[in-house]
Write a protein that binds this ligand. Structure first.
Ligand SMILES: [Zn+2]
Length: 367
């Protein structure tokens, strides 16, 4: 398509798409007059992509007390778009830390901005005067959300939270409280970045490539695995509860931190504020865009020497994999997380401490 005629009210939005001529018509008569050559409709000026500004009203990492591992895992997750799970007892700040993620997100690239804006437009969530979104979406649906609202659907198809979070974050607080079929429906987007919606007229595919940030209690009472309090749950109940995090979903998590109550509670410990962490995250993101045009989490297959993993470290990773009984798929994920850790340090290649740090966040270790 090289030219479109749209209703006058949609001109600004349509003209945000580059390399296409957009004309606005106030009535069908005007469109006909243009098409038969009676009265030409003027072509609209391209709508500028707005400047990015940091979101407001988002909690700051500087107020989080302790929890350096969880904080660091969040930084890595946002920088390379890796999925992250925080587990631990209630009231220790899991939700707060994940919420801080919104303040770390880098601006959308121009191509991404148009893509994200289109999805939000279809959902009727766009401001016609500001039709191009520059901030990455951060969606946090409640655990009572229906499967349809989560992945999309309906007789008049509406994008679900998974698609509204495209190129941004889908945060699932109390993840194990979500309906089992809703969690199951997230497997496809987590694996392939799309959702397929079955309809009478045929299947419809929507983009849904998001970073998953999840939090949950490890058992119904929340204290299983803690060094500070005893868990009061019966073994069977705790096992049934944990099994809600099915193997396939667990396999798709990149980073996992089992949090515990800190030894000392007190004032914030002078931790870095979000602005400092965001600077590192944005720089690491630029390195990925320049090197490969996509996020480290989206890399396919094994990371090789050209991706920054030397043969020696590749061999070391294989060795660790045998020792910890990690699947080949898990090793690929560890290598991609290590690549992000190196990018956060501005290092051209993965170093051994990057690999060791990435291994420390593997989900198999947390359980
Ligand atoms: Zn318990």
């Amino acid at each position: 398509m090289t030219e479109v005629i749209v209703p006058q009210a949609s001109v600004r939005e349509a003209a945000s798409v580059r390399e296409i001529s957009v004309r606005g018509a106030a009535s069908l008569g005007d469109a006909v007059a243009h098409l038969v050559g009676l009265r030409e409709l003027p072509a609209a000026e391209p709508t500028p992509i707005p400047a990015w500004s940091a979101p407001s009203g988002v909690p700051d990492l500087g107020v989080v007390i302790g929890q350096p591992l969880a904080r660091r895992a969040l930084e890595i997750a946002i920088a390379g778009r890796h999925s992250l799970a925080l587990s631990g007892p209630p009231g220790i700040g899991k939700t707060l830390i994940l919420r801080c993620g919104e303040g770390l997100l880098p601006p959308l690239e121009e191509g991404e901005a148009v893509e994200v804006s289109r999805i939000h437009s279809v959902a009727g969530l766009i401001d016609r005067r500001e039709p191009v979104i520059r901030r990455r979406p951060f969606r946090a649906p409640h655990h009572t959300v229906s499967t349809q609202a989560l992945v999309g659907g309906g007789s008049r198809v509406r994008p679900g939270e998974a698609s509204l979070a495209h190129r941004g974050v889908l945060m699932l607080d109390e993840m194990l409280q979500f309906r089992a079929d809703a969690l199951d429906a997230l497997r496809q987007p987590l694996e392939s970045g799309i959702v397929t919606i079955a309809r009478v007229e045929g299947a419809l595919t929507l983009p849904a490539r998001f970073t998953l940030l999840a939090a949950f209690n490890p058992c119904p009472c929340g204290w299983r695995g803690s060094h500070r309090h005893a868990c009061r749950c019966e073994d069977g109940a705790a096992r049934r509860y944990a099994s809600r995090l099915s193997g396939p979903l667990r396999d798709r998590l990149d980073l996992w931190v089992a949090m515990d109550e800190p030894e000392l509670r007190g004032a914030p410990d002078g931790a870095e504020p979000s602005s400092v962490v965001a600077e590192r995250v944005h720089a690491a993101w630029r390195l990925q865009v320049e090197r490969q045009g996509l996020a480290n989490a989206e890399l396919q297959g094994a990371l090789g020497a050209d991706g920054g993993l030397s043969a020696r470290l590749g061999g070391l990773l294989q060795q660790r994999g045998r020792r910890f009984a990690l699947s080949p798929r898990r090793l690929h994920r560890v290598a991609r997380v290590a690549r992000t850790i190196a990018d956060l340090a501005g290092a051209p290649a993965v170093r051994q401490p990057d690999l060791d740090e990435a291994l420390a966040y593997r989900p198999e270790r947390a359980t």
